[in-house]
Design a protein around this ligand. Sequence first.
Ligand SMILES: Nc1ncnc2c1ncn2[C@@H]1O[C@H](COP(=O)(O)OP(=O)(O)OP(=O)(O)O)[C@@H](O)[C@H]1O
Ligand SMILES: [Mg+2]
Length: 436
Amino acid sequence: MSALRKAGTGRNETSGGTAGDTAKIAVRNLTKVFGDAVDEAVALARDGVGRSEVQRRTGSTVAVYDVSFDIEPGELFVIMGLSGSGKSTLVRLLNRLIEPTSGTIDVDGRDLGSLDDAELRDLRNRHIAMVFQKFALLPHRTVRQNAEYGLQIRGTDPAERRAKAEWALEQVGLAERADAYPGQLSGGMQQRVGLARALASDTDVLLMDEPYSALDPLIRRDMQKLLVRLQKDLRKTIVFITHDLNEAMLLGDRILLLKDGRLVQVGTGPEILESPADDYVAEFVSDVDRSRVLTAADVIREPRITVRLDENPADVLVRLGQAEATGAYVLDDDRRILGVIRDDQLGYAAGREETSIDPAVLVEEYRTTEPDRPLIDLLHRVGRNPVPLGVVENGRLTGVVPRGAVLAALSTHADAHGLDPDDDGHRNRSDRNEVA
Ligand SMILES: Nc1ncnc2c1ncn2[C@@H]1O[C@H](COP(=O)(O)OP(=O)(O)OP(=O)(O)O)[C@@H](O)[C@H]1O
Ligand SMILES: [Mg+2]
């Protein structure tokens, strides 16, 4: 089950612990109050008084309260919440554009609170770049000059910054438009220039505050794909803010859910879907398209039975019966699929007292998938075969996806639908032929 995206399960219990050694960004007990009545507001928040009530009683706003989490190197970490939940405040705290009321932020193990002004400037120039929703492009400078801008501020020499800007424009697919002016570009292209500027700065962290919310859906999808590709290719740590849960689920390795400045849950999309922390989250995720979020790896099972060619057909037939299966994958020593053997073929071979399985009788009655395929792509592949859908990674069978598991995962009320999540989709042959 090496493919499981859930490998990171358990990483979300960071609050209260010491800052993780391996974390790119470690946030501990971070609180930000806007206004003068700081102590009073914090005391009320500690007693569990909600933000609007605190505001009414003190005139101060608890924008972020007691938030702790770790972001791993190379992770695409999404911060998600409704308008006013504190997302922008949190991301601005991460690069110290605003000062926390209390709590700490470590980047690469360095406490930001201990940095002086010059070190902070260096941090923003070299380590953490920020992309905003409305990127501040300079209208009278070309796309290339805009992409170079961060480097220019840093004092990088012209030849080097030009080379880096052109590389960055190449990454976002805008190399051809380097001499255009921002006003000549569409909104999506302008956003890509903003992204190129951040990339040219060659920082290892990118903070992106709702960069795509002003884009229309098709362009937005392109930008999402671009971001996923860049993260994979460039191994950046990306903190991506959105109020769109579907976008969060699509992009995030993990998602942090904020509500009224408080952390409600941190986890992978599938974790949040499968075990929402409370009713608020459950309500929130109820209209997420589970078929696009959950993947084969989320519903993978051990196959009930697999077989090798040197096994005795009569013995295999008994095991098949015990597994309540009508067929089994036949694997070689490297777990590569040689084919499928059906019970009727085994019965025939057993009757002739054969001592091993004849490779010539294996059938191709199976379908396979890669572990990261969303369930929506699997719906037409599960069932209708003597063996469940095979999950294949690097040519090897790592598990199976029974039809019942897919259907159960797609239904939040599996019980109500009378589905058995352990139904392997093993059906009897007459059923299969009927459908064929
Ligand atoms: N500079 C400020 N002074 C006073 N209050 C502020 C300031 N910045 C934010 N707030 C308040 O803090 C709370 C969180 O705001 P924030 O902008 O972080 O939310 P957000 O999740 O980014 O919202 P949106 O989705 O609308 O961008 C809000 O109540 C907001 O009014
Ligand atoms: Mg905001």
